[in-house]
Design a binder for this molecule. Structure first.
Ligand code: DC
Length: 230
């Protein structure tokens, strides 16, 4: 199906399903899945394991010299160690969002992401990248930018299903947390989540009422319509 290497940039808010879609899309297109958040999560994990203070910018920056990350499918290898499961821990996830605001951390991470993608594209691969700033900062020239979103209530519900917890009170609390995080992601100074994605050339897809396969079909149809794949 694929013709030549190029980049698909998928951004969107928390629990919009972009991780699941990006991985499946990469598999379907025999491409490369680039989870940019994995990089921020690995840096946070290194700091946590070294007992560093995440609020101390220069301490966090100090781990950059030892940064050795490789991505293969949905596996994340940090300094030769499989950390795929560890980086899913809630403490690592929130640590990633803390350290992700430091300019040096972003600069190094973005450069790595661009290097990985360039290498894959030069080998004819379709790179499916996913994050918050992949279509704005990392790959501004990507021929296809997708902004995947869903109503806050739907995203909060998905989170609860992931946690295996469906109590009404917890759902309300999760919804509040999610709205706060959306606001922080959009209003942050460094590489914010686009507030008006359409104006930036994104194809916006709200998947509140779609099943995973339906979201996938719509994206494939759009790629074909744009003649990016056959
Ligand atoms: O996509 P994710 O949940 O794995 O991302 C984890 C954190 O990393 C997220 O809360 C913010 C940060 N992040 C970022 O700042 N920029 C990206 N491109 C991807 C993730």
């Amino acid at each position: 199906m694929p013709t030549k290497g190029f980049i698909i940039a998928i951004d969107g808010p928390v629990a919009s399903g972009k991780g699941t879609l990006a991985l499946k899309l990469a598999q379907t297109l025999n491409g490369f899945y680039l989870h940019t958040g994995a990089m921020y999560r690995c840096i946070a994990l290194m700091c946590i394991d070294k007992g560093l203070d995440l609020k101390n910018e220069s301490q966090v920056e100090s781990v950059l010299e030892d940064l050795d990350i490789s991505l293969a499918g949905n596996k994340v290898i940090l300094s030769g160690r499989d950390v795929t499961e560890r980086i899913k821990e809630p403490g690592v996830a929130s640590g990633a969002s803390e350290i992700g605001v430091y300019p040096k951390i972003r600069e190094v991470s973005v450069l790595r992401q661009q290097t990985i993608a360039k290498n894959e594209v030069s080998q004819g691969k379709i790179v499916v990248s996913e994050g918050r700033d992949t279509g704005t900062v990392v790959f501004p020239d990507a021929p296809f930018k997708l902004y995947l979103t869903a109503k806050p209530e739907v995203r909060a519900h998905r989170r609860m299903v992931q946690y295996g917890n469906l109590s009404e009170d917890d759902l309300i609390r999760e919804l509040e947390k999610l709205k706060t995080r959306d606001k922080r992601d959009i209003e942050r100074e460094t590489s914010p989540l686009p507030a008006e994605p359409e104006a930036l050339g994104y194809f916006v897809l709200d998947n509140s009422d779609l099943k995973e396969e339906e979201t996938m079909s719509k994206v494939i149809a759009e790629l074909k319509k744009r003649k990016l794949i056959k």
